[in-house]
Design a binder for this molecule. Structure first.
Ligand SMILES: Nc1ncnc2c1ncn2[C@@H]1O[C@H](COP(=O)(O)OP(=O)(O)OP(=O)(O)O)[C@@H](O)[C@H]1O
Length: 231
C-alpha cells in the first residue's frame, strides 16, 4: 500500500477554440492515507479525471508535487472511465498487459477473471463482451497488478443498478482480501458512502475541497516513510 500527498500549485489547460485559458487547480492539497478508501465526488467537468491522471503520472503538465509514502515508487492500478481494453488482444491478454508474463502471473490473471465471472471469456476478444463484462475485465486488469494504489474513474457508470451493485461487492471483497489504497471518483453519493471510508467533495473552479468527511474507520495504517516527489 501507499499513501499519497497531492499538492497542485497550478494546473491550467490552454485556451481552445475561442475559450480562454482555464485555471483548473490552484494551491490544491489532498492527503490520502495509506490503506484508506477515498471517494471523490464533484460536478461534471470540474477536473476529477485530470486529478487521477496527474497522480498516475499520465499528465505531468502541472506545477506541484505528487508524493507517495512507503519508500519505493508505488505500483499504480488505474481503472479508466472507459474500460480501454485493446481490441486486438483477448481478455486474458489484456489482463496480462501490466504483468511480467510469467506462469504465476497468468495463473493470477486467470483466477481473477474466474472470480469476476469471466472465466469462460478469457480467450475471446473484447468486442464480444457486454459493457458490464468489459468493465469487469478492466477491473481485473487493474487488480492483477496487485497495486499499492488503485485509481478508479467512475468504473461502474452506465451499468444497470444490479450489475453495478455486483461489481461494488466484488471491489469491496477484493480490497478486503488484498488491502490497497483506493481513490475512487464517482458522481454517485450513495456509491461513495457505500464503498469508501472517507468522502471528499470537490467544488470550483479552481478545484477546492468543499467537504471532507470520514464515514467509517479506515482499515489502513497512516504511518510510512516518504519517498521522493514525482516532480
Ligand atoms: N487535454 C485537455 N485540453 C483542454 N481541456 C481539457 C483537457 N482535458 C480536460 N479538459 C477540460 O478540463 C476540464 C476538466 O476535465 P476532467 O475530465 O478532468 O473533468 P471531470 O471532473 O473528470 O469530468 P466528468 O465528471 O464529466 O468526467 C473540462 O472542462 C475538460 O473539458
Amino acid at each position: 500500500m501507499t499513501g499519497v500527498t497531492v499538492h497542485i500549485r497550478a494546473k491550467t489547460f490552454p485556451a481552445q477554440s475561442g475559450a480562454p485559458e482555464r485555471a483548473l487547480y490552484r494551491d490544491f492539497l489532498l492527503e490520502v492515507a495509506d490503506g484508506s478508501f477515498v471517494a471523490v465526488l464533484g460536478p461534471s467537468g470540474l477536473g476529477k479525471t485530470t486529478l487521477l491522471n496527474m497522480i498516475a503520472g499520465l499528465d505531468r503538465a502541472f506545477e506541484g508535487e505528487i508524493r507517495f509514502t512507503g519508500g519505493a515508487e508505488p505500483r499504480i492500478g488505474y481503472a479508466f472511465q472507459n474500460p480501454r481494453l485493446l481490441p486486438w488482444r483477448t481478455v486474458l491478454q489484456n489482463v496480462l498487459l501490466p504483468l511480467d508474463g510469467s506462469p504465476a502471473s497468468e495463473r493470477r490473471a486467470r483466477s481473477l477473471l474466474e472470480e469476476m465471472g469471466l472465466g469462460d471469456a478469457a480467450d475471446v476478444y473484447p468486442e464480444r463482451l457486454s459493457v458490464g463484462m468489459q468493465r469487469r475485465a478492466a477491473l481485473a486488469r487493474a487488480f492483477a497488478l496487485e497495486p499499492d494504489l488503485l485509481l478508479m474513474d467512475e468504473p461502474f457508470v452506465s451499468l444497470d443498478e444490479a450489475n453495478a451493485e455486483k461489481l461494488r461487492d466484488l471491489l469491496a471483497a477484493l480490497v478486503a482480501r488484498r488491502p490497497t489504497t483506493v481513490l475512487f471518483v464517482t458522481h454517485d453519493s450513495r456509491e461513495a458512502h457505500r464503498l469508501a471510508d472517507r468522502v471528499v467533495t470537490l467544488a470550483g473552479p479552481p478545484v477546492r475541497i468543499a467537504e471532507d468527511r470520514a464515514v467509517r474507520p479506515s482499515s489502513g495504517a497512516t504511518a510510512g516513510t516518504e519517498s521522493g516527489p514525482r516532480r
